[in-house]
Design a protein around this ligand. Structure first.
Ligand SMILES: Nc1ncnc2c1ncn2[C@@H]1O[C@H](COP(=O)(O)OP(=O)(O)OP(=O)(O)O)[C@@H](O)[C@H]1O
Ligand SMILES: [Mg+2]
Length: 322
């Protein structure tokens, strides 16, 4: 499968006073055409800042400091603001983390979807925009799209609002969809409906998707490949199959052990000792070393680099670097 998005050594920081918070620090990963890539990590690990950096939506005091983001033959970080406007919405669709605030409360659903379609397809007539709006509402699972068009966001349930946001995100046939924890605010039954919907749309629209979550169970069902983030870094990039069979990084093993009973012992699930470090107080060397059961002297002084240890299997750990 060919590569659609290639993020190389991305660094994004927030500058406050004299301090620089490195929210994303040397992140690299790639997304193939047609695949679902899971970006997984605990709260504050840099998942949202990574996706906002891809879309060039990091605002001051935040700034992309360096890196390359290759997408459809160009480096997005080198594009003009005008070129980025075209990329956003028409090549890359985004479902933002806060579904409640993403819709405008004073406009009807149909108007909000129609506006996005019209902005990116200026040659369409009002009639054509309306037809496309109804088709999208049907595709995201509304049985009476004409009625939905006339409703306001507050008249919809959380799951319905998320469907509308998905309709907006795919309205211009993007080749990449970024979904930032799209189901966190939903109950379990609605969550599984939304995941099935996204899975179906990725296949029928021939898109790729970056699915951001801290829920490994969702990734096991949905994802093709996975990137594990910790303290602004990707520590492991792997296929979902290999990751769940044999996770590489000690942090990945800890994450999995805290969710699944790996040894089948039936005992209490193991939690990773310690807690996620503050970005302003990161240790030298590997950022995970204070919590790592395999820590070696070198881990405390020098940070390991990402290394490919098998086909499409990357890990940032000295256990794999001889
Ligand atoms: N506007 C901001 N100003 C200052 N620092 C910020 C800002 N936004 C993010 N950060 C920093 O970047 C880090 C990463 O944030 P990010 O939102 O990417 O985390 P996340 O992995 O998406 O977490 P969550 O799972 O909670 O959504 C945060 O811990 C915070 O220190
Ligand atoms: Mg986030």
């Amino acid at each position: 499968m060919s590569v659609l998005l290639d993020v190389v050594n991305l660094n994004t920081s927030f500058f406050t006073g004299t301090s620089q918070v490195r929210a994303v620090d040397g992140v690299s990963f790639s997304v193939r055409k047609g695949e679902i890539f899971g970006l997984v990590g605990e709260s504050g690990s840099g998942k949202t800042v990574t996706s906002l950096s891809i879309l060039r939506l990091v605002h001051p005091p935040g700034k992309v400091v360096k890196g390359e983001i290759f997408f459809e033959g160009r480096d997005l970080l080198q594009c003009t603001d005008k070129e980025m406007e075209t990329v956003r919405g028409s090549r890359i669709g985004m479902i933002f983390q806060e579904p409640m605030t993403a819709l405008n409360p004073v406009f009807r659903i149909g108007e909000q979807i129609g506006e996005t379609i019209a902005i990116h397809n200026r040659d369409l007539s009002r009639q054509e925009v309306q037809e496309k709006t109804l088709m999208l509402l049907k595709q995201v699972g509304f049985e009476e799209p004409e009625k939905k068009c006339l409703q306001y966001p507050h008249q919809l349930s959380g799951g319905q609002r998320q469907r509308v946001l998905i309709a907006i995100a795919i309205s211009c046939n993007p080749s990449l969809l970024i979904a930032d924890e799209p189901t966190t605010a939903l109950d379990v039954a609605t969550e599984s409906q939304i995941i099935n919907l996204l899975e179906g749309l990725v296949a029928s629209y021939d898109m790729s998707m970056i699915f951001i979550t801290h829920n490994l169970n969702i990734m096991k069902k949905l994802g093709h490949r996975i990137g594990i983030m910790y303290a602004g870094r990707v520590l492991e990039e792997n296929s979902v199959k290999h990751f769940f069979e044999k996770p590489l990084h000690p942090y990945s093993r800890g994450l999995l052990a805290s969710v699944y009973d790996l040894a089948g012992s039936g005992e209490r699930l193991t939690a990773i000792p310690g807690s996620v470090p503050k970005l302003s107080e990161l240790p030298d060397g590997c950022k995970f070393h204070p919590r790592c059961p395999h820590v070696m002297p070198i881990c405390k002084t020098m940070e390991p680099v990402m290394k490919e240890i098998g086909k499409d299997q990357w890990v940032r750990c000295y256990l794999y670097q001889s």
